[in-house]
Design a protein around this ligand. Sequence first.
Ligand SMILES: [Zn+2]
Length: 394
Amino acid sequence: MTTHRIYYTDASIATFDATVLSSETVGDRAHVTLDTTAFYPTSGGQPFDMGSLGGRAVLDVVDGDDGVITHVVSGPLESGQAVSGVIDWPRRLDHMQQHTGQHILSAAFDRTCGVRTESFHLGTTTSTIDLAREVTPAEIADAEALASGVVCENRPVRVRFVTEADAARLPLRKEPARSGTLRLVEVEDFDVSACGGTHASQTGEIGLIAVSGWERFKGGSRVAFVCGARALASHRRLRDVVTGLVRQLTVAPEEIGPAVERMQSDARAHLKTIRQQREAAAEHEAAALVESGEDVGGFRRVLVMRSGWDAAALKTLAAAIVMHPGCVAVVVGDDTPAPLVVARAVDVAFDAGAWMKHVTDALGGRGGGRPEMAQGGVTASADDVLAVARHSVR
Ligand SMILES: [Zn+2]
């Protein structure tokens, strides 16, 4: 026996009475079927209703191929038992707002720029429609404006059942996927679609339809939107972010973009200055370090530890040292892992890349490079790295 679906003809019903036809225990849950239900099962891009059934929590609602709806509940019920069902209304209302909003937004894209909606998904925070081609920001604004107008006009949304032959004579926005009797959802003088979902009864119940973002997707556009209470929540989130930025940057909201651009360009200029000063300082310092280096087997070994330096700064110093002929530089920082740079002057037969591999094999870490310069991070202290260097850089 197929389940009678109360929501098909009246989506405003939040409580109902039914008889349990079967209850099968599965782990700590039960799979319950009823003669009639107002619970919407996951289908057509819309998630299932939650709530309670005979005092048990409804955790999932599944639509079977045989037309039977299965309620996954928190514990078993008695077969033949009379039960009351209570729908979690805020959740259902949210789904109805998003779903009806989707019909209107899809129809608006169809009317303003002749682009079809290929698919629809209702998520827990935002919902999306996938459009058949890419749309421009101006086209999105046009569709959004038309959809908002339809909400403000508070048009009736009606459900009716028609035969396939009758449906063929109606201006359906999309070819119906099913055959046989069709359930049509009609936004008065605006849109007719075949759909099995739950919808608002007046467009005004949607409150607001707002596009929250878009991206390229499979040759078309994926447009995210929010309706009703979600639109208000989204507005509040964005307002709080903007208010925070206005306070931090002490600029008007419309000046946030230019202010961030200025900060980025200032930061780039500062980095450039730091780099130049670091190079000048490294040249100066390198001369003194080379002076105090040790002559070992045909070259001058210069070992350096610099506390708090990052890899870029260590590399600048190593490069400055090996500008001096006959030198090999091992420059290590004291971070964890210890950043390490090894380099050789062009006239020295020493393989920096091979030595880096020797150190990381011996002490752990990662690194690599060419014979003239290599860098990496070693999972040991800077002192341990220098001890290995004293033994093996020769
Ligand atoms: Zn629908």
